[in-house]
Design a protein around this ligand. Structure first.
Ligand code: PHB
Length: 394
C-alpha cells in the first residue's frame, strides 16, 4: 500500500525540515524521509552563519526560539591582509547583521518542532527513485533500514536531498548543470579553545587563505586553504597551529586540543532545471556554492520560503502561477549567491601558479573593498543576505 500525502519531501536537512514546518503552518500535510539516523543529522558539524532573513524566518515562524537566545549576533567581519585587519561593518553599511548559530543546532530545533507537531518524519529511509514527474501523482520509491520497499505518492515531490540528490535525475535528466571546480580545498578543524576574536577573521596571506570562525564559547572552527588531495592526518597539531597562525599574521590565535579534522572540496554547481512537472529541487540538490561566503544553508532557506508560497497557491487555491515561475525567481537569487561565493573565494585565496602580478592585483582588490564604502557595502549586503519574499523588509 503506497503512503499518500500532499507533499513528499526527500531529505531532513535544513531545507526539507523547514519546508515541512512552513507547509504545516498553511495546513498542508507532508511526509519527510531521510536515509540518515536522527543522531547523524543532529551531530554532523556543518555551516555556522545565518543571514538576518534566515534568522527572521526561523524565529517568526516558531521553527527555532533558540536562535535568538543561543545564537550570537555578529555585526561585522574582519578581512586581514598585508599583516593588518580591516573591519567590514555590516550595521554601519547596510543596517543588517548575521548570526553565528551552528547548522546542527538549527536541525535539532527543527526536528524537535516537527516531531512535537506530529510530523510524519522517517529516519533511515533511503529514496531510490522518483517517478511520474510529468503526472499529478509523482511517486518516491524508497527502502527502509530493514530493506522493505516504501512507496510515497504525492501531489508534489520535493528533492531536498543534498548535493548527491537522488531526486535530481527526475528533474534534469541526463543534462546535469553548470559546474565549476576549484584547484584548492579547506582543511577544517574543531578545537577546544576560547574565541580568538570577537568576530570572524577572513585572512589572506602569501601562504594562502585562512578563516577563524567559532562555534561556541569553548569550541572554535578554523580553516586554512589546502590542496584538494590533502590527507586529514598529514599534519600534527603543532603544524596545524603553525599553518593557521601564519595565515593570519598580526593576530594571536588561542590554541587548544584539536578534536576533529576534515577537508572540504570547493565546487560551484547549479542544476539546469529546478522543476519538472510536479517534482522540484531545493537547496544543495539544486545548487552548491563554495563555503567562503557562508551562503549554502541560507540559499536553501530562501528556496524553501519561495516554494512554500508557490505550493500554497497550487495546492490550496489551485493557482499554478507561482509554481510555474518558482524556478526562474529562485534562479535570480541563486546566481547572485553563486557570483558572491565565487568572488569572496577569488578575493581571498591564493591561486596555485599565481604570478607576482596576480598577487599584487589581489592586494589592490582587497584594498579597494575595505577602503571604498561602495566596495564594503556590496560585501555587507551580500553577506547579510538579500531580502526574502514576505519577511517584512525591503
Ligand atoms: C563556519 O563557521 O563553518 C563558516 C563560517 C563562515 C564561512 C564559512 C564557514 O564563510
Amino acid at each position: 500500500m503506497p503512503v499518500r500525502t500532499r507533499v513528499a519531501v526527500i531529505g531532513a536537512g535544513p531545507a526539507g525540515l523547514l519546508l515541512s514546518h512552513l507547509l504545516d503552518r498553511c495546513g498542508i500535510e507532508s511526509v519527510v524521509i531521510d536515509s540518515r539516523t536522527r543522531e547523524q543529522i543532529e551531530t554532523t558539524i556543518r555551516a555556522g552563519i545565518l543571514e538576518q532573513g534566515t534568522v527572521e524566518v526561523l524565529a517568526e515562524t516558531g521553527a527555532s526560539d533558540r536562535v535568538l537566545t543561543a545564537g550570537q549576533k555578529h555585526e561585522g567581519i574582519e578581512l586581514r591582509f598585508g599583516g593588518e585587519g580591516h573591519r567590514i561593518d555590516f550595521t554601519d553599511t547596510v543596517g543588517r547583521a548575521v548570526w553565528l548559530y551552528p547548522q546542527h543546532e538549527v536541525l535539532k530545533d527543527l526536528v524537535a518542532a516537527r516531531l512535537a507537531a506530529g510530523q510524519d518524519l522517517r529516519f533511515g529511509v533511503t529514496a531510490e527513485r522518483v517517478e511520474d514527474a510529468g503526472t499529478d501523482r509523482p511517486r518516491v520509491l524508497a527502502r527502509d533500514a530493514e530493506g522493505y520497499a516504501i512507496e510515497i505518492e504525492a501531489d508534489v515531490v520535493v528533492g531536498a536531498d543534498g548535493s548527491r540528490s537522488v531526486a535530481r535525475e527526475a528533474v534534469t535528466g541526463a543534462y546535469g548543470g553548470y559546474f565549476r571546480e576549484y584547484p584548492f580545498a579547506w582543511f577544517g578543524i574543531l578545537c577546544e579553545a576560547p574565541p580568538s576574536a570577537g568576530e570572524l577573521i577572513y585572512g589572506n596571506s602569501p601562504d594562502g587563505f585562512a578563516l577563524i570562525s567559532q562555534r561556541s564559547p569553548d569550541v572554535q572552527r578554523m580553516y586554512f586553504q589546502c590542496d584538494p588531495d590533502t590527507d586529514t592526518e598529514a599534519y600534527d597539531e603543532g603544524q596545524l597551529w603553525e599553518m593557521l597562525q601564519a595565515r593570519v599574521p598580526g593576530t594571536t590565535l588561542h590554541e587548544g586540543p584539536i578534536f576533529q579534522r576534515d577537508v572540504l572540496r570547493f565546487r560551484s554547481f547549479v542544476a539546469h532545471e529546478m522543476r519538472r512537472g510536479r517534482v522540484v529541487l531545493v537547496g544543495d540538490a539544486a545548487h552548491t556554492v563554495p563555503p567562503t561566503g557562508a551562503k549554502g544553508m541560507n540559499l536553501a532557506v530562501a528556496d524553501v520560503v519561495l516554494l512554500t508560497d508557490a505550493l500554497r497557491a497550487l495546492l490550496l487555491d489551485r493557482d499554478e502561477t507561482l509554481f510555474d515561475s518558482f524556478a526562474e525567481t529562485a534562479r535570480q537569487r541563486i546566481w547572485k549567491a553563486q557570483h558572491f561565493s565565487w568572488w569572496m573565494t577569488s578575493l581571498l585565496h591564493v591561486q596555485p601558479g599565481a604570478s607576482d602580478f596576480d598577487r599584487m592585483r589581489q592586494l589592490g582588490e582587497l584594498r579597494t573593498v575595505v577602503e571604498s564604502r561602495a566596495g564594503s557595502t556590496y560585501l555587507a549586503e551580500a553577506y547579510t543576505g538579500w531580502p526574502l519574499p514576505g519577511t517584512g523588509h525591503h
